[in-house]
Design a protein around this ligand. Structure first.
Ligand code: ADP
Ligand code: MG
Length: 285
């Protein structure tokens, strides 16, 4: 089958007019395959559209990742679940189904430094972007900094409105840096504005009981937790730091992984080593 030169010319002009550069690029190749009988006409049309769509999809995802400030990309495929046996892989895969976004839930990823909280938060955010959801990634310190700046400039309402737009807001590193005075209050205003309207993923190396200390204000911490635990999924990662995995022998005892909730800790005993903890305690939802 050979296409008439005039028809081919028109197709080329249409592809230019419709801004389909990738289709234009593959047109010749597909025609040759068609002439040699290697593909059917339907397959040629299918391929032509598929190539263009892949190009656009790739562009869309790249732009959305950049807009959402997801620059250091991590994926679920790149996460070694065997390194964190306390973490239930299926729970993370269920989260990757993204129903929590539609239900406007809050996912808490808790664990010691290096256990993979940021990696998993970004990986879930990347899944969301690929599925067409809007996402914004920030750390708590950056977020509070931006809210405080907006407040000084008289644009706090606009800033909060901006931060309410993404379907998923990731707030990383709660508890690493002390929150500046008034910061908890600003964060509360945002959390309250997003409450039951938009999903969040929060990561923290501190237990909820320590939030009063983290925010320097127990009243604000209680009000925050009231909203943030109402429709929530809590994932505790009890394992060790992936960053330090090759250097465990160099670590002082204080850097060894410790449970986030001291009351759940198995008391240390002399003599026989304690029995391993039951799986339902370490992997509890
Ligand atoms: P956290 O936020 O809990 O401090 P990160 O998620 O930043 O820890 O992890 C530290 C580094 O180790 C990152 O480069 C991350 O990609 C990597 N990492 C952590 N856990 C895993 C894992 N289970 N498999 C693969 N890489 C991991
Ligand atoms: Mg982190």
């Amino acid at each position: 089958m050979t296409a008439a030169p005039a028809t081919l010319d028109r197709i080329r002009r249409h592809l230019v007019g419709l801004r389909m550069p990738r289709s234009l690029e593959v047109l010749e190749h597909l025609l040759r395959q068609l002439e040699r009988g290697e593909i059917s006409a339907l397959e040629a049309i299918d391929n032509l559209l598929d190539e263009e769509l892949s190009l656009r999809e790739g562009r869309r995802v790249r732009a959305a990742l950049k807009m959402g400030r997801l620059l250091n990309i991590k994926t679920l495929a790149g996460f070694d679940f065997s390194f964190q046996p306390s973490l239930d892989r299926n729970r993370i895969l269920t989260l990757a189904g993204l129903d929590f976004i539609d239900r406007h839930e809050v996912v808490h990823l808790l664990g010691q430094p290096g256990c993979g909280k940021t990696h998993l938060a970004i990986a879930l955010a990347v899944e969301a972007v690929q599925a067409g959801r809007s996402v914004y990634f920030t750390t708590l310190a950056e977020l509070i900094g931006s809210l405080a700046k907006a407040e000084r400039e008289g644009t706090l309402r606009e800033r909060i409105r901006f931060l309410c737009r993404p379907q998923l807001l990731v707030v990383d590193e709660i508890g690493y840096l002390p929150v500046v005075a008034g910061g908890g209050n600003l964060f509360f205003q945002l959390v309250n504005a997003r409450y039951e309207r938009g999903a969040m993923i929060l990561t923290s190396n501190r237990g909820f009981a320590e939030w009063g200390e983290v925010f320097g204000d127990t009243v604000v911490a209680t009000a925050l937790l009231d909203r943030l635990l109402h429709h929530a999924v809590v994932v505790r990662i009890e394992g060790a730091s992936y960053r330090l995995r090759r250097h465990a022998d160099l670590l002082p005892d204080t850097a060894a992984p410790r449970p986030l909730h001291p009351q759940e800790a198995v008391p240390r005993r002399r003599g026989r080593p304690p029995k391993p903890r039951p799986a339902e305690l370490t992997g509890a939802m």
